[in-house]
Structures are given as structure tokens and as C-alpha cells.
Design a protein. Structure first.
Length: 460
């Protein structure tokens, strides 16, 4: 008689307990989902690999995107760098300034040169006790810049850092003195000197907001201690891009690319030089592609240029539209890459382009002039001893009579070489095809003292 009410009470209690558990679980899940986050992003030099360059810029871009997507409240950049590329630095500066996230810079050791801009881009600047900031005079890397940097570049960078300081509510003159050595600040920096501040002087002059010894102190003094910290690290592709976009690596890649491709064009078949050239070319353009700085268009344009040059040299007699178009495609592809990664002054891209054009010319000149005298090159069959190339003077007037005659290649024709025709040796050339030694040839045309031959049909 009392069992039914008791069962009802038990069912109600179990239902209420289950409802409470579900509510608590939902509240806990909501709390975890809505927990405030702060992203910690290291911006540090990699020994012998890179400083502030485009691979690091790609990393900063990804970190900001992920922080915004995760609904982070703030992002902390731990800076330790000697500096780096101006264009990459300006790109990162704009990313930080445009981000809706609260930004904090922690100068953990040094923020020199481009590092000054990265720190100043942030709303809050913290410094380690042994930290320094300054020495931001732009350098082009040339010998003249080592003595006296380009006034035009200095003026542009000074205006940039002054505007940045004003935007962040800091003393523009103080930071301008880190860029321009003509600025004098009493009891701080004299004429001809660049300003570099220690942590204590930076705090005193308002260039820093507080001094912190480690991450915990940074978070506490910035009011971020109760937030969940998300550590960011560069991906393998970003690390590789940092290496491939290093200013020292870029000319080496292009040197290998030009040398290997030109050498492959001048020799038959496909070997190590061509493979090395193609790999270097892919790495040059691929580094920028991985860094998100360029699409596939420059690489495709470069390949079109190489193909057109190969056709001009190997297939089409003389030098005409294909050759000019090929050179134009190569130049355009390099300019597209350089222009995408040189956002300070357009003429900087033009200057770099002229440098690489000169490099292409030097590589081609070396291959044409030096290699014929190299014993290794001679062993490839491109050139024979001088006595093998001597043609009796009395035969010179008989060249037209050779048209239609058969002969045998006595050296590999690549496309020039030696052929034996009616028992005599002659300098001959093909219209671009390669003919192996001892293959049968046919004299197709004579142009002055130039004998043009082709492989005999059915002769291999």
C-alpha cells in the first residue's frame, strides 16, 4: 500500500539528481569553452638560419589568425633578435597593429634593429632585467651602407618609427634616435650615435611599461595571470621557409639554378646540373610559396622562360622572338617575387632585380668562356684539340660542293663538333639536335664557312 508513493519519491529524486548532474556538466563545459586564453608567440633568431625574415612573418600571421579564431584575449610576443629584413618587419608590424587582440611584447634579451619595430607595434612593452632595445639604423648590406646608409631609406624608416611611436603613445623622438644618428638627446645620445636603451633606462624614459624576469611575471604584471596560456611554435614549413628566405641563401639558390639550367641547355640529355638547377629553382620559389608570399604564377612564368630559352638555343636558328620572350619571362618572374616581398620602396625591388640579372649574365659568361678551357668540359666531347679542327685552306672554297654529301660525326655534336666528310674533317653544326659520335650525318646547307648537318634518316 505504501510502495507506490515511495517509488514515486525515489524516481523524483533520481530524476532531480540526473538533472543536476546534466546542468553542472553543461556549466562546466561552458566554463571551459569560455575560458580566457592568451597566446605566447616566440620571435627569436635561429642561429645560422634566420632572424626577422619572411618565414617568421608567415609564423606571426598564422599565430594571429589562430588567436583570433580561438577568441583569445591577448597575444604575447617574446622577442629576442638582432634584427633582419625591413620589408618582413613592416609586414609583421602591420599585422600586429591591425589585430583586434591586445598585444604585449616581452623583450627577453634584445630587440635590436627590426626588433624595435616589433616591440613598438605592441600596446604593452615588458623587458627582461638584462634586456636592451635600439640600434635600428637601416642597412642595405653593401659596403657603402656600412659607412653611410642611404639617407632616403633612413628618412623613410625614421618617419615610420615616429608614426608608430605616436600611434602607441610613446615619445617619437626617443625612438627616432634609434634610427637616425643625427638626432641628439641631452644626457642620452650624442650626434653620430645610435640610441640603445637598457631595461632600466627604457622604463625611465617610457619606452617600456615594466620589467619582468620570466613568463609568470609578465603575465602577472600585464593582468593575464588567470588566463590559459597557448604556446605557439613554428611549423616545419615555416622553419624551412625561414631558411630558404634568408638573405644569404637566396643568391646561392639562384646561382645554382641559373648555372645548372644553362649548363643543362648546353649539354645533351639530362644530368646532375639540370637536376640541381631545377631543385634550386623550386626551393627559391617554394620558400616564398610556403611563407605565403607568392602564388605559383612566378614559378610557372620562370619555367616558361627556361623553355623558351632552350628552344631558342637548341632548336631555332639565330636569336629572335623566343629568346627575347624567354629572357623577359625570367626577368618578370623574378620581379614579381621581389616586388611582393619589398613593400618599403619599389625601387628596392628594381635594384635587386638588376643584381640578379647581372648574376644571370655572369653565370652564362662563365659557362661560355671558362668551361671550354676546362679539362672536364673537354672530356664531355664539346671541344677537341686544335689540330683536330684544322681544315686545309684549299678546301674552304669547296664548302658549297659538300651540300648533300654524307659523313660521320667524329665527336659528339652538341650542337657543334667535328665531322668527317669524304675523308676530311670539318667543323660542323646542327640545327639544335644532338648527334652522338660515329653517327651518320648529311650535309644539309652551307652558309659561308658554316656547314650545317643533320642526322641521316635511319641512321639512329
Amino acid at each position: 500500500m505504501y510502495k507506490t508513493p515511495i517509488r514515486k519519491y525515489i524516481h523524483r529524486i533520481l530524476f532531480l539528481a540526473a538533472l543536476i548532474v546534466m546542468l553542472c556538466s553543461a556549466l562546466l563545459s561552458s566554463s571551459v569553452a569560455q575560458q580566457q586564453k592568451v597566446f605566447w608567440v616566440p620571435l627569436k633568431d635561429v642561429p645560422d638560419v634566420g632572424a626577422v625574415e619572411w618565414g617568421l612573418a608567415s609564423f606571426v600571421h598564422r599565430a594571429l589568425q589562430e588567436a583570433e579564431r580561438e577568441g583569445a584575449q591577448a597575444i604575447v610576443f617574446e622577442i629576442d633578435t638582432f634584427g633582419g629584413r625591413v620589408d618582413a618587419m613592416l609586414f609583421m608590424q602591420d599585422l600586429i597593429l591591425k589585430s583586434p587582440l591586445r598585444s604585449v611584447a616581452f623583450v627577453n634579451s634584445k630587440a635590436w634593429s627590426a626588433g624595435v619595430f616589433l616591440a613598438l607595434s605592441c600596446e604593452t612593452i615588458a623587458m627582461a632585467p638584462d634586456g636592451t632595445v635600439g640600434a635600428a639604423e637601416p642597412r642595405g648590406g653593401g659596403q657603402e651602407d656600412a659607412v653611410s646608409p642611404d639617407p632616403k631609406i633612413v628618412s623613410a624608416i625614421r618617419a615610420q618609427i615616429e608614426a608608430l611611436a605616436e600611434a602607441r603613445g610613446r615619445d617619437p623622438l626617443l625612438f627616432a634616435a634609434m634610427v637616425d644618428r643625427t638626432i641628439v638627446i641631452e644626457d642620452l645620445v650624442g650626434e653620430g650615435e645610435l640610441l640603445t636603451l637598457t631595461a632600466s633606462r627604457a622604463l625611465e624614459r617610457g619606452a617600456a611599461d615594466f620589467i619582468a624576469r620570466n613568463r609568470q611575471e609578465v603575465l602577472e604584471q600585464a593582468g593575464l595571470e588567470d588566463m590559459m596560456v597557448v604556446d605557439m611554435e613554428p611549423s616545419w614549413s615555416e622553419s624551412l621557409a625561414r631558411f630558404l628566405t634568408h638573405p644569404t641563401v637566396i643568391p646561392l639558390l639562384l646561382l645554382i639554378a641559373f648555372g645548372g639550367i644553362f649548363m643543362e641547355i648546353m649539354t645533351p640529355g639530362f644530368g646532375l646540373p639540370g637536376a640541381a638547377g631545377l631543385i634550386a629553382m623550386v626551393l627559391f620559389f617554394g620558400g616564398r610559396y610556403m611563407a605565403g608570399l607568392a602564388g605559383l604564377e612566378p614559378l610557372l612564368l620562370f619555367l616558361v622562360g627556361v623553355i623558351l630559352l632552350a628552344l631558342e638555343i637548341l632548336v631555332i636558328p639565330g636569336f629572335g622572338v623566343a629568346g627575347v620572350s624567354g629572357i623577359g619571362a625570367l626577368v618578370a618572374s623574378l620581379y614579381l617575387v621581389l616586388r611582393e616581398t619589398t613593400i618599403l620602396l619599389p625601387e628596392v625591388a628594381v635594384t635587386q632585380l638588376l643584381f640578379y640579372i647581372g648574376m644571370m649574365g655572369v653565370v652564362l659568361l662563365v659557362l661560355l668562356v671558362w668551361l671550354p678551357e676546362n679539362p672536364i668540359w673537354k672530356r664531355l666531347g664539346l671541344f677537341k684539340k686544335e689540330e683536330d679542327k684544322v681544315v686545309p685552306e684549299e678546301t674552304l672554297m669547296n664548302y658549297p660542293s659538300l651540300v648533300g654529301k654524307n659523313g660521320v660525326a667524329r665527336s659528339v655534336l652538341r650542337p657543334a663538333g667535328i665531322a668527317e666528310i669524304e675523308g676530311k674533317r670539318y667543323d660542323v653544326v646542327t640545327r639544335g639536335e644532338f648527334i652522338e659520335q660515329d653517327e651518320a650525318i648529311l650535309v644539309e646547307e652551307v652558309q659561308g664557312n658554316r656547314i650545317i648537318v643533320r642526322r641521316q634518316k635511319g641512321g639512329g
